[in-house]
Write a protein that binds this ligand. Structure first.
Ligand code: ADP
Ligand code: MG
Length: 308
């Protein structure tokens, strides 16, 4: 597939579905009351991260990312492949340290991983030798939750993801969508404040993914968790998010944020979802073109931090 070099025309900010703020930063759809200002659940303060590249130089993957995520907010992060989306989630999970800047949760700097945050990714990490119930129980055991409470929570969360009657099945007996729901139940059962989701539905067929969007939206509404959801699929981001942050390609920076004030429940095929996604896609396409241009160059020349 060849990406078109065309950039989309966004028109008069007052006339479009996505209105641009004067500073070119946050775009807003005027359909919902603004959230009251509270202490952010997650605050990224000028996060930079550089990797050591094969040639010994340093590759600046993330450059001064500042983002605030409010309690109970559903933030989606989009950007071209290789722009640092997974790296950013790993930093929030506490799996890596930033080169500079800090990650705060509830206004306190994080110190490594913590049970207040959980990362869910496409490969799921379910254990095939354990039943659905045992898989869900595993995370809770790690957290030191007592047995009686574990049983109660297993039942509650398996009912929540509509898998109660499959609790004694093994994961190979389930469909891809059901396995994803087991992974969700396992994550939710540890009752983390923040769910970090890295392209969790990318490998699923469209029908299953649609169902899981509905389920995730419902689970989010019922549990009040804060979700940071990474995807390269803009339509998925608009379908799910209260806000979408677009990262630029190398180095990863927050290029623009879009507030999505469309009514819920939403559907992927809603006209307004498609229209908003089209606008964001225009901005994303510029970044995809930059990433492709770099990829096609002989001897890729990544952005290298001067003097690093
Ligand atoms: P995304 O998830 O957006 O596709 P990643 O966060 O996986 O992007 O990667 C961002 C950039 O950092 C890429 O250029 C990738 O090659 C580089 N990168 C990721 N992990 C490492 C690593 N462990 N060592 C060196 N470079 C890395
Ligand atoms: Mg990734």
């Amino acid at each position: 597939m060849t990406a078109s070099p065309q950039t989309f025309f966004h028109g008069d900010p007052g006339a479009g579905r996505l209105a641009r703020s004067k500073n070119g930063g946050v775009a807003t759809l005027p359909l919902r009351e603004p959230r009251p200002t509270t202490t952010p659940k997650v605050s990224l303060q000028e996060i930079s991260l550089s990797y050591k590249a094969a040639n010994g130089k340093r590759l600046l993957a993330l450059d001064k990312i500042s983002l605030q995520v409010q309690p109970g907010e559903f933030l989606c992060i989009v950007g071209p492949s290789g722009c640092g989306k997974s790296t950013l989630l790993h930093l929030i999970a506490g799996l890596h340290n930033p080169t500079s800047g800090q990650v705060l949760v509830d206004d306190k700097p994080i110190a490594g991983t913590g049970t207040d945050r959980i990362l869910i990714f496409q490969e799921l990490g379910l254990f095939p030798w354990l039943t659905v119930k045992e898989n869900v129980e595993f995370g809770m055991k790690m957290k030191g939750i007592p047995k009686a409470q574990r049983n109660e929570q297993i039942d509650y969360y398996l009912r929540l993801v509509h898998l109660a009657q499959f609790k004694d099945s093994y994961t190979h007996q389930l469909s891809g969508g059901m396995r994803q729901r087991v992974a969700l139940a396992r994550a939710l059962a540890t009752e983390p404040d923040v769910l970090l989701m890295d392209e969790p539905f990318a490998a699923l067929d469209a029908q299953t993914r649609d169902l899981l969007h509905d389920e995730l939206e419902r689970l989010w509404a019922e549990t009040g968790r804060t979700i940071i959801f990474v995807t390269h699929n803009v339509r998925e981001a608009v379908r799910l998010g209260d806000r979408v942050a677009l990262l630029s390609f190398r180095p990863g920076r927050v290029k623009r944020e879009y507030k999505i004030d469309l009514p819920r429940p939403r559907h992927l095929e809603d006209f307004d979802v498609a229209a908003s996604a089209r606008e964001i896609l225009g901005d994303l396409r510029e970044e995809i073109n930059r990433s492709l241009a770099e990829e096609y160059q002989e001897g890729v020349k990544p952005h290298v931090e001067p003097g690093a």
